[in-house]
Design a protein around this ligand. Sequence first.
Ligand code: FAD
Ligand code: 2HG
Ligand code: ZN
Length: 526
Amino acid sequence: MTFSGLGRPFKICHMTWTTMRITGVSKPRWRKAATAPGCRFLCVTPADPPLTGERYRVSRLPFSRVTAQDLNFFQQELPGRVVTDEEDLKSHNIDWLRTVRGNSKVLLRPQNTHEVSEILRYCNERNLAVTPQGGNTGLVGGSVPVFDEILISTALMDQVISFDDVSGALVCQAGCVLETLNQYLEGQGYTMPLDLGAKGSCHIGGNLATNAGGLRLLRYGSLRGTVLGLEAVLPDGSILNCLNSLRKDNTGYDLKQLFIGSEGTLGVITSVSILCPRKPSAVNVALLGCESFDRVLQVFTLCRDHLGEILSAFEFFDASCMKLVQKHLHLNNPLPANAFYVLIETSGSSTQHDEEKLNDFLVSAMDAGLTASGTVATDQSKIKSIWALRERITEALAHDGYVYKYDLSMPVDKLYALVEETRARLGSTAKTVVGYGHLGDGNLHLNVTAESHTDTVLAALEPFVYEWTAQHRGSISAEHGLGFKKKDHIYYSKSREAVQLMQKIKYMLDPKGIMNPYKTIPTADQ
Ligand code: FAD
Ligand code: 2HG
Ligand code: ZN
């Protein structure tokens, strides 16, 4: 039949392909909650989660409590930018997933590095614990306080400092929203080297603090490679300026790497320097249906052979994910029902060249019987609506119930076996068990939904999922970090010696432990 998804019609033998229907789905943006003014995020459940300290039976460490005198100091330093109203604080005390809840009484909104430095110097002297917060889209409970830690928001630190349109080096404050940065760069023919479903809310500082992976990692690599420099304020208020824009700099230890992925436990990242690639002029997206995970793997191998340097994303999701985005977000599946879906993106500089390569790949995939149906998009709105099917799975899951979330990396051929075993193990205890993720990076997102949080479901999942992952030499956190929820499981992926060294580094930089306590690494005496 004739296939018209690409610019020039071409012949595809044997297979029935459906053409894309445009649904005009926009990128996810978190709705304001009707009941919580100031909340920027999706709030689907009216009931607040229990306090973290109670649900997880954690004891508060002996930090000082905020006094009227402390508030006076903060008001003097940040006039009009000290939030103490309980209703305004609510959305900052609860995580995006609505699974953890702290009880902070104050949120500070500094505008520059000097102010962050003054806040931390004071808090350190007073032994007041703090939690840095960017867009509060983190998925491991790292971005909200566990008890009454002071919140330091980067929301007002949202200025671009410089952009070099020859080298592509962008220098900006930590509170710039990822999507806003991308729009800024696109106007100059560049793009951000990372992209994720939370782009409309997450901050670049939060992205560095979590070493976020996302949808472009296959192409542009980890943030650890694209970040050129950063500035951070240490717990004692001193400012560490590593804000280079150099591609090459082998002078001593690479200190910025300590802060990338440190989840707010070593200091507050205040500015970032990042190397941005040119915006690709030709982008194509294909959505293919596959009847088994084995076929998905074969498509991946074939895809790398055919598309090589222009391949920019290879994502997969199962039929249960598709059902969730259809049910909860009313997205349209342009294909007949399949067991698995593969989203392939190519990005390059020549439309004709890229389309030819994609055509060749698709014909080979179909000739080999690897895919039963598919659709291709080259124009922006179709590309967006195909991407929405993959990007908005997290949002659809949040509508389905309480979400148990696992973010694992392991050899790709093992990825889906864990989903199947988990499904069989949980039976009807779970509402839905889904598997999806960045297959090109060996990263599985295993998610389980249930009516509510119960110890029974949790006991069926943990330590089973972590043991399974460790047995296959995987990582129990591929890209979301450890935060509050996963920190005690670090030993499944790191040796005792490695954790001890982390604890020493933490103690050296933050002897009082005021920076984001109860998060990321177990405390030294555990
Ligand atoms: P927050 O959630 O506010 O904070 C995250 C952690 O970083 C916390 O520990 C916080 O204390 C610390 N922190 C924040 N800012 C600073 C700072 N300036 N200095 C020091 N510490 C700081 N993650 C991925 O890796 N890949 C994905 O594809 C992906 N997709 C997502 C899709 C959705 C729909 C959602 C809701 C989340 C997704 N995430 C993903 C998780 C999350 O968006 C990322 O971890 C993101 O990088 C967090 O940024 P943020 O600004 O929201 O940080
Ligand atoms: C994604 O890849 C994010 O969409 C979120 O990392 C994954 O919700 C998840 O489990
Ligand atoms: Zn992911």
